[in-house]
Design a protein around this ligand. Sequence first.
Ligand code: LLP
Length: 395
Amino acid sequence: MNSNDIIAALEHRSTPCYYYDLSLLDKTLDLVNEHGTKKGYHIHFALKANHEPKILQRIQKAGLGADCVSGGEVKQAIDCQFDPKHIAFAGVGKSDAEIELGLDEGIFCFNVESLQEMIVINEIAERKNIQAPIALRLNPNVQVNTHKYITTGLHENKFGISDEELLLVLDALPSLSHIQFLGIHFHIGSQITSLEPFVELCHKANQYVEQIEDRGFTIKVLNMGGGFGVNYSDPNAEPIPDLKAFFEVFDTHLNHRKDQEVHFELGRAIIAQAGSLLTRVLYIKERSTKNFAVVDAGMTELIRPALYQATHIIDALSLSDSNAPLVNYDVVGPICESSDTFIQDYPLNKLQRGDVLAIRSAGAYGQVMKSRYNLRPDFPVIYSDELSHPPTDIR
Ligand code: LLP
C-alpha cells in the first residue's frame, strides 16, 4: 500500500472510505489459478465476501466462477459477466422467486439444504418443464477453530443435510423427475486457519461418496466450499494465504476420480487482504485510565470487530507528528453503541485530529456488511488503479 498516493487521493475524497489494492487481488488470483485451477479444480468466488462490480469483473476475467447465496447475488454475478454455467447457488432459505431466477438463468447448480427444499425445487422445475441441477449440502459435523458465529459444519448449526436426513433424501431422489443430481457440497465454516479441519472434511467426503454411490447414485461434483482464513494480525507478513498448502490438502486426502469435478467457493482468502477501511481521527479523548481515538468510520462501515470480536490491525497513514511517542488507544467510531470499537489498547504514535488511519484486512465481509444505522451516509471507494487520477468526491 503506497500511503503517499492514498493520502493524495484522499484530498479529493471524504472519509470514511474503502480502498482496494487491485494488484494484490491480481497476485492472489494468479496463485489461485496456479495452485487450484491448473490442477483441474473449479474455483468459485463467494460474492457474499465482496460484490463490488470492479472486483467481480476482475475475478471473472481471471476465470473464476461465482458462488451466490441470494437472487441479488445471482443477478450481480450475471451483470458482472459471470457465465450462469459457472454460478452455484447456495443458501439455507432460497425463496420460490430466487429458485425461479436460478432456473431461468440456467445456473450450474443449486446447493440444496433440505429434503423440503429439494421437493420445492423439483415442483418449480416441473412447472417450467426443465431439469434443476442440484448438489446436496451435507453437514459433516467437522469441528473448526473459529468464531462460533461463523462455524457452519456442526450438527448444531442450521446448515446442510444431517446424516439421518440424507437417507430420506436418497430415498426420495429417484421419484423427483425434475431434479438432476450432480453431487455433494460442504462448507464447514469461515476464517479457518488450520488445515486439519479440511483434512477431516476430505475423509468425511470420501465416506459420503462411498455411501451415496453404493446406493446407485453417481457423484460428478464434489464441492468442498470455502472457509480458508487469512492472517488478520500480520497482513504485511502474509498478504496472501498459503493457497498452495490449502489445495495440497485436497490433492492428498480427497479420493476423487478423473470423471469427478472438484469445486471450491473461496471468499475471504481472495479479497480480505486487498481491502482497507480509511478513516480520519475526529477527536482524542484522554483519560487517566484510557485514551480514545474517535474516528469517522464506525461499525456501520466495518462490523466485524463489533460482531465477531475480530481483530483488524490499524496503520497510521498520515500523522501530524510522525516522531510522536507511542500511546495506547481504544480506536472507536461515532456510532451510539459501546461495541462500536475497532480495537482496544492499541499502540499508535500520538494521534491528532485529522490523522488518517487504515483499518486493514477489510476487503472481505467489510463493505458488504455496511448498514445505514444512525442514518449513516454511503461512502466512497478508491481503487489502486485510480490513484494517479483521483476522481471527484461521490458524496
Ligand atoms: N460457501 C458457503 C456456502 C458459505 O456460506 C461461505 C461463507 C463461503 C463459501 C465463503 O467462505 P470464506 O471462504 O469467505 O470463508 N461475515 C463473516 C463470514 C461469514 C461467512 C459466511 N459463509 C465474517 O465477517 O467473518
